[in-house]
Structure formats: structure tokens, C-alpha cells
Ligand binder design. Structure first.
Ligand code: NOJ
Length: 558
């Protein structure tokens, strides 16, 4: 254990991310809701996880599934009411769990009363709540959007363009305006006073902007989006937010670290700077698929070496802070399809192997609901199946330009965010037990084999393996706090690392390929004992030299 690492519940806990729209529908409208989450709490508790993070549940016209908020103090109609929320919070706490909400304050919905006012006239007091570029200055400076080619949209009444890094339905708030910051701190206080246990902060690295909107120096920011994360007052605002509101409560914060360079990460999470507790980066999405220069024969569709380097860099990048680690979430395809293998013969081994990785890395694991039963990508091949604004906007653009929409759809099958947003698979009844109505997005066709009910009955299921691993992690704080050292960075098929602290040494060996493989290890294994294996017949430690496809071993060494 590192001498100075201070113990905290948010370091030792496992975060379980629930996408409310897709978790459980209680009233048959085809959309998951708060009562559905309440009904699922005993299941969540049974996993052994500690902290539930909910994607946005606030009032929203749902251009981007709740990441476009029209009222920060109300619940989305489809999800329920504030009374449902109070009950949910109470039930979460009654089970000894914590509840973390999503804070989306880089932007609002264009249907938020502030923006409805702002767009009426330049003299409206709310005009200054957003970023504008007046016609007198001619066309606005080049800023691409994440969801649209341009991040500026024209508003006729004010004769000016407004800024929206995401869709035109998501205008960016002007944090330079102290009144805006005050509003945000107040709304955070509203939820903290209710008793929530923290916030995951959406797009938080983008909140500060240079309001002169200078041309972007492409040499300094070859990836233009990285410019968005380098606003001049970003750290001042995070520190102010911490002092004014967060530090008054016993809560955790985790920022979404969009567009950051590694060298900039530590500043957000250094405890002395009083900004955020954790930040998660976009590392996993940078490990590109389809590139395998170092793994020509391994059968892995991406570079495992790049994945190892990414986790290694992240472990260092946090400096004095604490890492947040994940392999999938609502913005990524399913981790099994992306980093494992969802073919029937490998699926359960690969899902367990990835669970072993995430639960034994240094840092708080962020687990996406459904991964514990090995849910896979949606496999949509028609645009009509998709719901995501990102996919639809790109599709329309490609169609407009007369480009190859078929090729685009093929890429989306592997990369679309909707891959991770299909309904949670509870059982093999109609619509996977998610709803008695028409689900807002198609249920994955494999639900009759892959679901919670089946896996409850099987002691060797992915689900029960996940539970055992979570329990092991909980019983061994040294696994949480020990140092992380990768042992075989150049091995293209196997990922091995040590987790060490005084008196404890864990070795993790993971075969990422569908072929047998050997670990490259140069350490003393006398006294080593296998604690976990994802195969029923674990065998002895000689297995390390001949790992089976997707085999995972967790070994204690003396
Ligand atoms: C990041 C969220 O995770 C994503 O789902 C959303 O579309 C954007 N931020 C905009 O809020």
C-alpha cells in the first residue's frame, strides 16, 4: 500500500452505472424509469457494488437522451416524479448503497427557460447566460461540433450565432458570467441537500471558453477538440465549485475528462488543489479497432499493447490523485464486443476475463450495467433501428454529401453508442423482462440465452463470477491500494501485471486472444497460489505457460 494513500469510500467502492432509459420499465411505456430502478435495487445490491451512478434523470426534451436539460430541479416525465426520486434515494441508502447523479452544466437544452429568454433579444438578461457571435463581426470563427459540422447556429431574433459544442439543441452555458455559476452552484446544492452522494460531471473539461474565440492554433492542438479542454479559467471554476458547494458535503465527484492530454490530468485530481476526486479519460476509445500491426496472428481486433500502454499512462497521469477506470459506458460500444469476443464459444470466458481486468486495476472501477451478464453489441444494420442523435446526424450528413451510407452503417455496427443502450436483459420472457410495452430501442436478439434469470441458476455464469470477484476485491483493500506494475508490455496476446503493497503481492494474467498463449514472466512463482480462474478447472500455476483462450488468472505470490 502506498504510504500516503488516504482511504476513502469512493476509492474502495465499485461504481455501477445505470442507464435509466434502458434498465427497467415499470409502467409499460417502453422507457425505463425510477420505479423500475427501485425494483432493480435488490439485484444491484446482490452484485456487491457500492455506488450507483445514474445518467441524467432531469426534465428534458431528449434530443440527446437527457443530456439536454430543460429543468434541473424536475424529473423527466417518462422517468417519474420528484417523489419517486426521494423514494429511490431512500431505498438506495436503506441498502447501504450510494447514489451519484449526472451533472450536465456545460450546456442546457434550447428548451430551458434561460435559453428561451436568451434568444429573444440581446437586451434580455439571460442573453449573457450563453455564448454569442453577432452578425456585425461577420461569420463566427471555425469551431466544429461533436454532433454537427459547425458548433455555431444562427438565431434570427438576436441576429447572432450561439455556440453549441454538441447539437444545436444543446447551447453552451457562459461560465464567464458569475450569475451562471451561481445558478449552477445553487442547483447542485438542491440535490446535495436531498442527500445524494456525488456527481459525475458531464463534459466538465469544456466549461471555460476564451470568449474572444480566437483562431485555434492547429500546431498546438492538431486534434481541434483538445482546444476545447484548455479554457483559460477551467481550474479556477472547478476550485470555486469545490469551495462553494462540493466541500460542504460528504460526496464524491468524477469528471468526464473529454479531450485532455495526459500531462493535464493530474491538475484536476490533485487533492491539494481541491477540484475533483476523479476524472475518467477517453483512453479506451483511443485504442482503435481494426488496427493490429503488433498482433497479426492473435485474432485480436485491436492492439492489446496499446491498451496496456493506455492503462499504464492513465495510472501515472493522475499523479497524486486517484484513477477512475472503465472499459465501457453509455458512450461506447459494449466492452465484450470491443475488447473481448462475443462469439458463443468465447463469450463467457472473455466477459469474465474483462471483469478480472477492470476489478483488479488500480483505481475505482466504473462498471456499466449489463456487462456483468456479458451483454454484447446491438448488431443493428438499418438506420431505423438507431436512436442516437450522433449516429443520425452523421448519417444525414453522409447522405447529403452523397457518400457511402452502407459503409457508414457497417462502422456504426461496431462503434455506435446505441450498442450499449439496448434494454437490460432480465429474463427470457417478452422483451427480456424490460417492459410489457414497446421498447424505445430494440432489445438485443440474444436475450433468451443471455439474461439475469438464467445466470442466477448457474454458479459458473459470468454474473456469479462477477459477484465473487467484487467480494474478493472488497475483502482485500491491498488490491485497491497496491501499486500497479505491468510485466509484459510487448506481449501481443497476454496482459500480466502485479499489484503490490507491503506484505501482499497479486499477479494477474489475462489472455486476450482466442488462441492459447503463454505469459512472458520473469518473476519467482514458488509459493504462488491461484485464487481465481475463469475456467472451471483452474489447474496449477503451470497454466501460466499455456493459457487457454481468454483465460484469466488471479494469483497470490509470497
Ligand atoms: C458526454 C455524455 O456522456 C454524452 O452521452 C453526451 O452526449 C455528451 N456528453 C453531451 O452532454
Amino acid at each position: 500500500m502506498k504510504q500516503k494513500e488516504q482511504r476513502n469510500w469512493w476509492k474502495e467502492g465499485v461504481v455501477y452505472q445505470v442507464y435509466p432509459r434502458s434498465f427497467k420499465d415499470s409502467n409499460g411505456d417502453g422507457i425505463g424509469d425510477l420505479q423500475g430502478i427501485i425494483a432493480g435495487l435488490d439485484y444491484i445490491k446482490s452484485l456487491g457494488v457500492d455506488i450507483i451512478w445514474l445518467n441524467p434523470i432531469y426534465a428534458s426534451p431528449n434530443a440527446d437522451n437527457g443530456y439536454d436539460i430543460s429543468n434541473y430541479r424536475e424529473i423527466m416525465k417518462e422517468f417519474g416524479t420528484l417523489e419517486d426520486f426521494d423514494r429511490l434515494l431512500q431505498e438506495v441508502h436503506a441498502r447501504g448503497l450510494k447514489l451519484v447523479l449526472d451533472l450536465v452544466v456545460n450546456h442546457t437544452s434550447d428548451e430551458h427557460p434561460w435559453f428561451i429568454e436568451a434568444r429573444k433579444s440581446r437586451n434580455n438578461p439571460y442573453y449573457a447566460y450563453y455564448h454569442w457571435w453577432p452578425v456585425e463581426k461577420e461569420s463566427p470563427p471555425f469551431r466544429p461540433g461533436y454532433f454537427e459540422p459547425s458548433a455555431w447556429s444562427y438565431n434570427r431574433t438576436t441576429r447572432s450565432w450561439y455556440l453549441h459544442y454538441f447539437s444545436r439543441k444543446q447551447p453552451d452555458l457562459n461560465w464567464e458570467n458569475p450569475e451562471v455559476r451561481e445558478e449552477i452552484y445553487n442547483l447542485m446544492g438542491f440535490w446535495f441537500e436531498k442527500g445524494i452522494d456525488g456527481f459525475r460531471m458531464d463534459s466538465i473539461t469544456l466549461i471555460s471558453k476564451d470568449t474572444t474565440f480566437p483562431p485555434i492554433d492547429r500546431k498546438k492542438h492538431p486534434d481541434i477538440f483538445s482546444y476545447y479542454a484548455h479554457g483559460p479559467h477551467l481550474h479556477d471554476y472547478l476550485h470555486e465549485m469545490n469551495r462553494r458547494v462540493v466541500s460542504r458535503y460528504e460526496v464524491m465527484t468524477v469528471g468526464e475528462g473529454s479531450a485532455l492530454d495526459d500531462k493535464d490530468v493530474a491538475a484536476f485530481v490533485d487533492p491539494d488543489r481541491e477540484e475533483l476526486n476523479m476524472l475518467y479519460g477517453f483512453g479506451p476509445s483511443d485504442v482503435r479497432m481494426y488496427t493490429r500491426p503488433d498482433t497479426p496472428n492473435s485474432g485480436i481486433g485491436y492492439s492489446l499493447i496499446a491498451l496496456k500502454k493506455m492503462f499504464g499512462r492513465w495510472d501515472k497521469a493522475v499523479g497524486k490523485g486517484w484513477p477512475a477506470v472503465y472499459l465501457g459506458n453509455h458512450d461506447q460500444p459494449r466492452m465484450l464486443s470491443r475488447f473481448g469476443n462475443d462469439a458463443p464459444e468465447f463469450r463467457q470466458y472473455a466477459a469474465k476475463m474483462l471483469a478480472t481486468l477492470l476489478l483488479t486495476l488500480r483505481g475505482t472501477p466504473y462498471w456499466f450495467a449489463g456487462d456483468e451478464i456479458g451483454m454484447k453489441n446491438a448488431d443493428f444494420n438499418r438506420i431505423e433501428d438507431y436512436r442516437d442523435i450522433a449516429t443520425w446526424n452523421q448519417y444525414r450528413e453522409i447522405e447529403r454529401k452523397g457518400e457511402d451510407v452502407k459503409a457508414f452503417l457497417e462502422i456504426q455496427r461496431h462503434t455506435s453508442r446505441d450498442n450499449a443502450r439496448t434494454p437490460f436483459q432480465w429474463n427470457s420472457t417478452f422483451q427480456a423482462g424490460f417492459t410489457i410495452g414497446n421498447p424505445w430501442i430494440r432489445v438485443n436478439t440474444d436475450y433468451s440465452e443471455i439474461n439475469v434469470a438464467c445466470q442466477e441458476r448457474d454458479p459458473w455464469s459470468v454474473l456469479n463470477y462477477f459477484r465473487r470477484l467484487v467480494a474478493f476485491r472488497k475483502a482485500h483493500p491491498e488490491m485497491v491500494y497496491g501499486s500497479y506494475t505491468v510485466l509484459d508490455i510487448e506481449n501481443p496476446q497476454v496482459y500480466s501485471y502485479l499489484r503490490e503493497s507491503p506484505g501482499h503481492r497479486f499477479l494477474v494474467v489475462l489472455n486476450f486472444s482466442p488462441k492459447p498463449a503463454a505469459a512472458w514472466l520473469d518473476i519467482d512463482l514458488s509459493g504462488a497460489e491461484i485464487k481465481f480462474s475463469n475456467y472451471e478447472s483452474a489447474g496449477g500455476k503451470e497454466r501460466i505457460k499455456s493459457l487457454r483462450p481468454f483465460e484469466a488468472l488471479l494469483i497470490t505470490c509470497s
